[in-house]
Design a protein around this ligand. Structure first.
Ligand SMILES: [Zn+2]
Length: 304
């Protein structure tokens, strides 16, 4: 059995919209409730996040943008992305959760980890919030990992929306590979198959656009056939996963129909293709019951 860390803290509940918003605290409340009543809970190594320093955050984000977030106590950073009193701390801890998990992998305390965080991160650009995301948790985690010795990082993003922020952070970099499956065309509009990286990073971005209505068959083709040879060739020292459960059939934000068994098989395909540490960070997923069950299944697979 693998040593699997689970990073969570109630600080993530304090990022709160003023009215109803799809991306809300109930998502994490539901996940924790399901996990606490499941067999996986007792097998996990529980720890809390650190608060990412502004120096850590500036590994990805522009100082001017960081100052803007620091200066806003409530309101909106873009049409979808709200800020409340507790948001700055929650956002720093969301990035800090990935950092903490990576650090614990490096010391050997854990082999794998799941970070149950919010706000999510993969749409956040260097100088702008976007699509519910304030800081790019996975991108900050990748740069931090490189700083402490994980030279080559492979990022997998299975959220139904394309991880534009993450792609842009590394598209000219040949030391971080970005692999994404996402509904296309769909929000945010990026992620065509022809987007393969630029300059030195050409060939180190791989997008698999999924037509509306796709499901397990299309996803398993991507994860069982396309992904393993890319990962083997790149030979990463660490794998980071942007786990968006808005690919599930019940999810209100998309038209992709991955089943819970599909989530299990996606995780199996990733985990069977590698022996290096794996850190998973929560992105989307808005149907509370479907989301919670999928996180439980993800943890079951991580533990194997
Ligand atoms: Zn999403």
């Amino acid at each position: 059995m693998k040593k699997v860390g689970f990073c969570y803290d109630d600080v993530f509940l304090k990022h709160e919209p003023t009215g109803f918003h799809t991306e809300n605290r109930e998502r994490l409340v539901a996940i924790i409730e399901v996990l606490q009543n499941s067999e996986v809970w007792g097998s996990l190594i529980h720890f809390g996040p650190r608060e990412a320093s502004f120096e850590d955050i500036s590994l990805i984000h522009a100082q001017k943008y960081i100052d803007k977030v620091k200066g806003l106590e409530s309101g909106y950073l873009d049409a979808d992305t709200y800020v409340s009193k507790g948001s700055l701390k929650a956002a720093r801890c969301a990035a800090g959760a990935v950092i903490e998990a990576v650090q614990r992998c490096m010391t050997g305390e854990i082999n794998r980890a799941f970070c149950a965080v919010r706000p999510p991160g993969h749409h956040a650009e260097s100088a702008a919030a976007m699509g519910f995301c304030i800081f790019n948790n996975i991108a900050i985690g990748a740069r931090y990992a490189q700083k402490i010795g994980y030279k080559k990082v492979f990022i997998i993003d299975f959220d139904v929306h394309h991880g534009n922020g993450t792609q842009h952070a590394f598209e000219e970099d040949d030391t971080v590979f970005f692999f994404s499956t996402h509904q296309y065309p769909h929000y945010p509009g990026t992620g065509r198959g022809a987007e393969k990286g630029k300059g030195r990073g050409e060939g180190f971005t791989y997008n698999v656009p999924m037509q509306s209505g796709s499901g397990d068959m299309e996803y398993l083709d991507a994860y069982q056939k396309t992904l393993p040879p890319l990962m083997n060739r790149f030979a990463p020292n660490l794998i980071l996963i942007s786990a968006g459960y808005d690919i599930l059939s019940d999810d209100p934000l998309s038209n992709i129909h991955v089943s819970h068994e599909g989530i299990r098989l996606i995780m199996k395909a990733i985990l069977q293709s590698t022996s290096v540490p794996v850190v998973v960070s929560l992105e989307g997923g808005y149907h509370l019951r479907a989301l919670s069950e999928a996180v439980r299944i993800t943890l079951e697979e991580l533990l194997k």
